[in-house]
Design a protein around this ligand. Structure first.
Ligand SMILES: *Cc1c(COP(=O)(O)O)cnc(C)c1O
Length: 404
């Protein structure tokens, strides 16, 4: 009989005992608001900021309410305003163009390559064509582009780079943590990301003026001296009368459960990568299926995996998705005409109209995407790969021909 997988693609690991204990401490004292501290107590949010700054090597860190909030706050603090064009990769998730649109700014999409990263040549062309001064670079599904080449293009054109690291917390490019190349980087601690506080976000940067503005924007009232990794008070002097308070703070309960998770993160990265490798190994040399080879310079976090059915007809890709689903394996397809759940595409975001991007369209038609929660065992991963391999094989064999 055909093997079936019975696990859940959306089930995370439990919150660790250390994190649960930290949460109980906060619940017991009741001081959940980040500025509700006694004496010279340093609150959980401030401690998280200090520890995350240290983890990434950034000078400053600000904890906020969500990853999307971190992006919006970063764009504002970087001076983006209504009518400004912000470039971003065409393959990303809805909160990215959403954060741009929320400012009244205009998202302009850049082509992606078969490696699922921004096309740097097309980026250069878009900069020249639009005159945009800001790139919101989304490291979608953890794929990091050639950051040296990207920064060379952006620096030469004086384009500021804000990194969306929702899928690269714990990853590196050529030994530098993801998020340390641009002006600022945004992380999410929403349940499906690398640390889980339900909702939450972190913003890092080295620039004091930028971070003072972001801190004021986040709703710091005039209590920025209670932050864990903020610039000196002097950085706020020139800004504090002119920066609106757009509340989006993190609270002590979330920070309390995140701090132990930051300690646990390196072990989790290793666990994700072992699972990624198990699936990748099982899928290698499947006729019709292309593995996305990861560059040597990239230290990725394999919390999800993607593979390419290049030049397959839409119906054949949908057949693979349906056949895998029938055996318990949930694949996401970015080629569908209508958005489904978390999966939507640049041309579904009608508030951000733009030209069709033929290269991206071709890539998205062939890309399948799968989450790898840590509740999967290595045996589960091997089983999942066997199922995908069998179903891709069955559909591929029955295809009349693959048109190049
Ligand atoms: C999750 C996510 C975000 C936003 O995070 P939220 O915390 O859900 O607001 C931004 N970009 C990408 C690529 C994401 O996956």
């Amino acid at each position: 009989m055909n093997e079936r997988f019975d696990g859940s693609f959306t089930q995370q690991e439990p919150i660790s005992e250390a994190a649960q204990a930290a949460a109980m401490t906060v619940l017991n004292h009741g001081r959940l608001h980040r500025y509700n501290t006694v004496g010279d107590e340093v609150g959980e949010v401030a401690l998280l900021e200090r520890e995350f700054a240290e983890f990434t090597g950034a000078r400053y860190c600000l904890a906020v309410a969500s990853g999307g909030y971190a992006i919006g706050c970063a764009l504002r603090a970087a001076g983006v305003g209504p009518g400004d064009t912000v470039l971003t990769n065409a393959f990303t998730l809805a909160p990215v163009p959403g954060a741009i649109a929320a400012l009244g700014a205009v998202p302009a999409f850049v082509e992606v390559t078969e490696a699922l990263v921004i096309d740097i040549d097309h980026l250069a062309a878009c900069i020249a064509e639009t005159g945009a001064r800001t790139l919101l670079l989304s490291h979608m599904r953890g794929h990091i582009c050639d950051m040296d080449a990207l920064m060379a293009v952006c620096n030469a054109a004086q384009v500021q780079v804000i990194e969306d690291c929702a899928h690269t917390m714990g990853a590196q490019w050529r030994g530098t943590p993801s998020g340390r190349h641009g002006l600022a980087a945004c992380y999410s601690t929403q349940t499906y990301k690398h640390m889980n506080s339900g909702e939450g976000g972190l913003l890092i940067a080295d620039d004091a003026d930028f971070m003072a503005r972001a801190t004021l924007l986040s709703g710091s009232y005039m209590l920025y001296d209670r932050h864990g990794a903020a610039p000196d008070a002097s950085a706020f002097e020139a800004l504090k009368y002119d920066t609106p308070n757009i509340s989006g703070r993190m609270d002590n309960l979330r920070a309390a459960i995140l701090r132990p998770q930051l300690t646990e993160l390196p072990a989790k990265v290793a666990a994700w990568n072992a699972r990624y490798l198990a699936v990748e190994t099982g899928l290698r040399d499947t006729p019709g299926l292309q593995i996305l080879e990861r560059p040597a310079a990239e230290a990725y976090v394999g919390s999800s995996i993607q593979f390419l059915l290049r030049d397959w007809a839409a119906q054949a890709v949908q057949d693979v998705v349906a056949r895998c689903a029938a055996r318990g394996v949930e694949l996401k397809w970015f080629g569908a005409d209508a958005p489904h759940g978390f999966t939507s595409r640049y041309d579904h975001w009608r508030y951000a109209p733009g030209p069709q991007l033929p290269q991206t369209d071709k890539v998205l038609r062939g890309i399948l995407d799968m989450r790898l929660p840590l509740t999967f065992s290595l045996d589960d991963c091997a089983l999942i790969a066997r199922i995908i391999r069998a179903e891709v094989g069955a559909v591929f064999q029955s295809m009349p021909e693959v048109t190049p």
